[in-house]
Design a binder for this molecule. Structure first.
Ligand code: 5RP
Length: 227
């Protein structure tokens, strides 16, 4: 917990007065949302936010963070979000919490995406964590079979014995590919399958990462423009 909180607290220092901020989802993003609320309450910053899930929006409202309607936002200044895996090139696996579609929409409309994570999320090559893929429930076995033909074992995520339903009314397939050496091309192949809505590979999207350690220290990684 200390590591996640430390990473989140460091990431929120990049938020400046007047910014529009994208709120991630999950137990690390939880600390960032608290940090953003503190910037408003304790430092008097004027900020507004958009959220990547109903749960993060509810938390933000509870903490007094103004939520802007999407039609009033042209571009997000900074999105701060967690990840399930982060590699050296800052490619990510996301979607462990099932919010990958909205998270990718926010990140894709942000000038800057900062990933926050504890050290356990750092990997050399993505793929140890089963890749979440959001799909429509219609004829889901066809979609699942097409995903599996790309070289993985794909299973519908369950919650209390029933398919887990995303904020968008879709389902999630957790896909065990093993090592994913080329996340960008796998992301394209997955999204070509009819029935797939979005996948949890964030390749070339994050601009920096703040990695927290249990002793409360943090390490920052910044994506070089050449990657
Ligand atoms: C939710 C996500 C989360 O950011 C990811 O699962 C990491 O979660 P946590 O910070 O709880 O470990 O992608 O869809």
């Amino acid at each position: 917990m200390k590591a996640k909180k430390a990473a989140a607290e460091q990431a929120v220092t990049y938020i400046k007065d007047g910014m529009t901020v994208g709120l991630g989802t999950g137990s690390t993003a939880y600390w960032a949302i608290h940090g953003i609320a503190a910037l408003i309450k304790e430092q008097g910053l004027s900020l507004r936010a958009v959220a990547s899930s109903q749960s993060s929006e509810a938390l933000a409202r509870e903490l007094g963070i103004p939520i802007a309607p999407f039609h009033e936002v042209d571009v997000i200044d900074i999105t701060i979000d967690g990840a399930d895996e982060v590699d050296d090139r800052l490619h990510l696996i996301k979607g462990g919490g099932g919010a990958l579609l909205r998270e990718k929409i926010l990140a894709g409309n942000s000038k800057r995406m900062i990933v926050i994570a504890d050290e356990s999320k750092r990997v050399e090559t993505l793929g140890r964590f089963p890749l979440p893929v959001e799909l429509v429930p219609f004829a889901e076995n066809w979609t699942l079979n097409a995903i599996a033909r790309l070289g993985c074992e794909a299973r519908i995520r369950l919650k209390d014995g029933q398919p887990f339903v995303t904020d968008n009314g879709n389902w999630i397939a957790d896909c065990s590919f093993g090592a994913i050496p080329d996340p960008a091309s796998l992301a394209v192949s997955l999204n070509r399958i009819p029935g797939v809505v979005e996948n949890g590979l964030f390749a070339g999207i994050a601009s920096s990462a703040v990695i927290g350690c249990e002793d409360g220290s943090v390490r920052e990684l910044h994506r070089s423009e050449r990657q």
